[in-house]
Design a protein around this ligand. Structure first.
Ligand SMILES: [Zn+2]
Length: 275
């Protein structure tokens, strides 16, 4: 069949029908791939909502702070809500960004000023697929003193043995304290290095996980660890977990079984039981 005949046929019976006749297997594979990408995106958007709702419900986030997830379809992109309180984020609030913090789609709604935190961490850390930024009051004293936030109880082993402190004053002088440029995000990501958490002096913290379940565990237990240390200090803090205890406990807790169990628990507490 000549190209002209093919074109005429397409005009009569439709392009879709002709393509299906010529490339039945390829079309099916293409449609399956498109469908699975669409499902992956939909599930990821739902998980961004759940991550925000969970950390708001657990009082790690208040009216501010956010949770993002790297796109499973394109690793150079991530999903984050438009600028609104995490406790009320829904599917329709989720926007897609590239690793410079630039919004992908046309959308007049306002993004978070601190989206650059997420962009810079995803760019620097291929092993990280979910990020939170929070201002939990319990962690902030550790950005202002020499008392370390390292794990003092077993569940906090998920945060790892070191919690570096980023001080915006060092590179940027007097600012409004927000990480509202890519330059600042990259500076913060350099301080994070290969760790799971970092403190922002006089501001809050960032947490980074291999997936959103790990991210929630790291965020919740970072806050719980801070509260336990603050409660221990008045009676004398003499022990943290050892490096070996942190390593072994962390490997145990960041496995699928404990993460699924914790995720189900947090989902139920946030009012989404059965999802
Ligand atoms: Zn902040």
């Amino acid at each position: 069949m000549t190209l002209a005949n093919l074109f005429a046929l397409a005009m009569i019976i439709g392009v879709n029908v002709v393509v299906r006749m010529l490339f039945p297997n390829e079309l099916e594979l293409f449609m399956e791939a498109e469908l699975s990408d669409a499902i992956l995106r939909k599930n990821t958007v739902r998980d961004v909502v759940l991550g925000n709702r969970i950390l708001a419900n657990e009082r790690v986030l208040d009216g501010f702070g956010h949770v993002s997830i790297r796109s499973p379809v394109d690793p150079d992109r991530f999903f984050l809500s438009r600028s609104r309180s995490p406790e009320i984020v829904t599917d329709s609030d989720i926007m897609e960004f590239d690793l410079d913090g630039i919004q992908i789609s046309e959308d007049a709604r306002k993004p978070y000023a601190e989206r650059f935190i997420h962009a810079a961490i995803y760019a620097a850390r291929p092993d990280i697929n979910s990020v939170s930024h929070h201002h939990a009051p319990a962690v902030i004293p550790f950005s202002l003193s020499d008392v370390q936030l390292r794990p003092a109880f077993h569940m906090a082993a998920v945060i790892g043995g070191s919690v570096p402190i980023w001080d915006s004053q060092h590179e940027f002088g007097d600012t409004n304290m927000l990480v509202d440029s890519l330059e600042m995000g990259r500076s913060l990501a350099r301080t994070l290095g290969n760790e799971s958490t970092a403190l922002l002096r006089g501001h809050g913290a960032i947490c980074a996980g291999a997936d959103v379940r790990a991210l929630c565990a790291i965020s919740v237990y970072m806050r719980d660890n801070a509260e336990l240390i603050l409660r221990t200090l008045p009676i004398g803090l003499s022990q943290y977990l050892t490096e070996g205890e942190i390593e072994k406990t962390r490997a145990t807790l960041l496995a699928d079984m404990p993460l699924d169990r914790a995720w189900d628990y947090w989902i139920a507490r946030a009012g989404f039981s059965g999802m």
